[in-house]
Design a protein around this ligand. Structure first.
Ligand code: QVM
Ligand code: CO
Length: 467
């Protein structure tokens, strides 16, 4: 059938049932002797419930993947995150919680009760973070799920943030001994609430609130030494319609380009919105970096002309013949008297990363990301790119027939330059139906080593390297 052939084209969106523990992987090439630690990643790995298909890439049930590197050897484990959403789906054979673009099937009278029941998903398939020396998987509902980084065992929901608001980001920032993130509270008078958690503490201190009639969908935000930057795209929701209409989460958002995009600059010390900078409408999932330059603030993002990328990531779209979504490009916005926009790299680029511990919130030189070979037609990400944001020069890693995952930068212990280190990426070899851990020299962007996993790993989003 058509479905089988398209699944063949994209094993990246085929469910993975196999779970393995501490499987030793063959290593081709040579790992740097200093490289020791664990790559921990999350991503969707199951796209069906009973006989229903989940509709969107962001809906799939979270699985954790662990590549442990030690003394030139690699071991691999993977395990589904045992969330309420996953347990309900596997035990009952039906969707029990509302995902990004797929809702449970409910009859009218059930819908009525749904208004009063908790159907907020804990399906943490977007990112991994550490807090207070513990590991958590995250999504955009404020329900982080803790797990054991050795066994990948699910430990349960930690510091449930649903009291703070309805929606958050899976991209908290860490700087100066604190974690910063924000929640959106959806109600008649909706609010963005920016909060901090000092390292090692679970208390969330809301230090800035901004009220909004129609809050925007913002997947990440920027941070400088003194400011939090919210890029408020004109992809907005009417909170009352959200409550009364029976639509999946993201389908409540509307693209209203006349509103333009507003950068809100919030001072970290006082919580004041010190300035608002309006520019033409655009959309982004990912901030790359931000920093202060004299009186200006520089904000780098992976920008799209509009929010249609969200529609382009429905699984039916991805699996369709001739799929060719628009790619993001790396744009710099300089916020001063005016907003000046400059393309740093024409793209396509996504899932951006930097040498975070060294240059986040600072002037920097290198951004990494996944990219696309343009010919044959554009596809889901299938290359890795490194961009010199000062010169616009780009290096690429590519291998025909493979799909690359988010590049994670790991600095070498004796680093002097920003790009002294390696890039780790989980790459899917579509023909072999197997993924491998790829290790590149971040400086030259040449392959150092790879370690094939025992199965395909569906394409995921974000991870971290823990050493
Ligand atoms: C309710 C809801 C959800 O780059 C990857 C991005 C992935 C983003 C994901 C997976 C976002 C998921 C968001 C499932 C939102 C759910 C929220 C926030 C508010 C509740 O009142 C209603 C459960 C639909
Ligand atoms: Co993201």
């Amino acid at each position: 059938s058509g479905t089988a052939s398209v699944d063949e084209r994209h094993p990246g969106f085929r469910s993975l049932e196999n779970e393995v523990a501490d499987r030793s992987l063959p290593v081709e090439g040579e790992l740097p002797s200093w490289l020791e630690g664990t790559l921990l990643r999350t991503g969707p790995a199951k796209f069906e419930v009973g006989d229903r298909h989940l509709r969107h890439w962001f809906d799939g049930f979270a699985m954790l993947h662990r590549f442990a590197i030690d003394d030139g050897a690699v071991t691999y484990s993977n395990r589904f995150l045992e969330t309420r959403a996953y347990e309900h789906a596997t035990d009952e054979g039906e969707l029990g919680y509302r995902e990004f673009a797929t809702d449970p099937c409910r009859r009218i009278w059930e819908r009525f009760f749904t208004l009063f029941s908790d159907t907020t998903t804990d399906n943490a398939n977007v990112s991994v973070a550490t807090h207070a020396d513990r590991f958590r998987a995250m999504t955009e509902t404020p329900i982080p799920v803790e797990f054991d980084p050795e066994t990948l065992e699910t430990l349960g929901v930690v510091a449930d943030g649903t009291d703070l608001g309805d929606l958050t980001t899976a991209h908290p920032h860490r700087d100066d001994g604190e974690t910063i993130n924000y929640v959106t509270d959806l109600s008649r008078t909706s609010e963005y609430r920016v909060f901090r958690m000092p390292d090692g503490e679970h208390e969330r201190d809301v230090f800035a609130t901004v009220s909004r009639d129609r809050p925007a969908y913002m997947h990440s935000f920027g941070l400088t030494d003194r400011y939090v930057i919210l890029a408020e795209f004109p992809f907005v929701v009417d909170p009352l319609e959200f409550l009364v209409r029976d639509r999946p989460f993201i389908e409540n958002y509307e693209w209203v380009p006349d509103r333009g995009t507003r950068f809100l600059v919030i001072e970290r010390a006082t919580g004041e919105v010190v300035s608002t900078h309006e520019t033409d409408a655009f959309f982004a999932f990912h901030h790359v970096n931000a920093f202060e330059d004299g009186d200006d603030i520089v904000v780098d993002v992976v920008a799209y002309d509009d929010a249609s990328i969200v529609e382009d990531l429905y699984l039916e779209e991805i699996r369709s013949e001739g799929y060719s979504p628009d790619g993001g490009r790396l744009d710099r916005f300089r916020l001063g008297e005016t907003v000046a926009r400059e393309a740093l790299y024409e793209g396509p680029i996504e899932l951006p990363g930097i040498n975070y511990d060294r240059v986040n919130a600072e002037p920097y030189r290198y951004a990494y990301g996944v990219g696309n070979r343009e010919n044959p037609p554009r596809d889901v990400p299938n290359t890795l790119v490194k961009v010199d944001v000062e010169t616009g020069a780009a290096s690429e890693w590519e291998e025909p027939g493979t799909y690359a995952g988010e590049p994670v930068f790991v600095e070498s212990p004796d680093a002097t330059a920003e790009d002294d280190g390696v890039i780790l990426s989980v790459v899917l070899d579509a023909a072999a139906e197997r993924s491998f851990l790829l290790v590149l020299d971040a400086g030259t962007f040449e392959e150092l080593a790879r370690a094939p996993a025992p199965h395909h790993i569906p394409l995921g989003f974000h991870g971290i390297f823990a050493d």
